[in-house]
Design a protein around this ligand. Sequence first.
Ligand code: DC
Length: 224
Amino acid sequence: MIIAIDGTAASGKGSLAKRLAAALGLAHLDTGLLYRAVGMKVARAGGDPADPALAVAAARSLTDADRAADDLRSDRAAQAASHASALPGVRAALIAFQRDFAHRPGGAVLDGRDIGTVICPDADAKFFVTASAEERAARRHRELIARGETVSLDSVLADLRARDDRDRNRATAPLKPADDAVTIDTTGITIAATVDRALAVLADKGLTGASGVRTDARGSNPLK
Ligand code: DC
């Protein structure tokens, strides 16, 4: 089973992907980390992540160690990723890795911006996760503060809007819901409620019963 989850930054798509994967016994790939790793590989070497030659070379030579670097969740990495990911050559270099991951025998959940539209158009289920910009900024701000970064809420909101804009308006694989995606707006709802909604969609499609997830008793899920 392949589940594609796309959505805006800090919408809760990563948390949903992680929990669905755990609940269903599927592997999980946070594809944003690939673009963050590319951007930071260039930035750490003193280059500009928006430079096509540097970014494409970084994407083509990306290693497991690059993907495991400990600075990938930083705000700097988010910005670097946003620029690098707009480059068609960077996106092309990362397609095979993502598709291979998706088609592993046990099945997978992938989250990103173009999973349902470009990477896995034939996914068994597709979700598009969103929330108000203010709520997403507040979430991301809490996360960055907890990580020890000193940023204002206003600057996080401005960065997020700029990133949304770039993600939505780039020429290659822009952020948009697939025609057959189910949209979940997480504004004002908890992660557990978001997971419940997604599990209900999967149950409706007849996908969860076969995977052994209990759909009979709400609240019996150990992740909630
Ligand atoms: O989901 P994230 O915040 O980790 O993503 C970082 C950036 O990478 C984001 O600005 C858009 C880009 N991205 C993308 O273009 N395609 C993906 N599949 C995942 C992320």
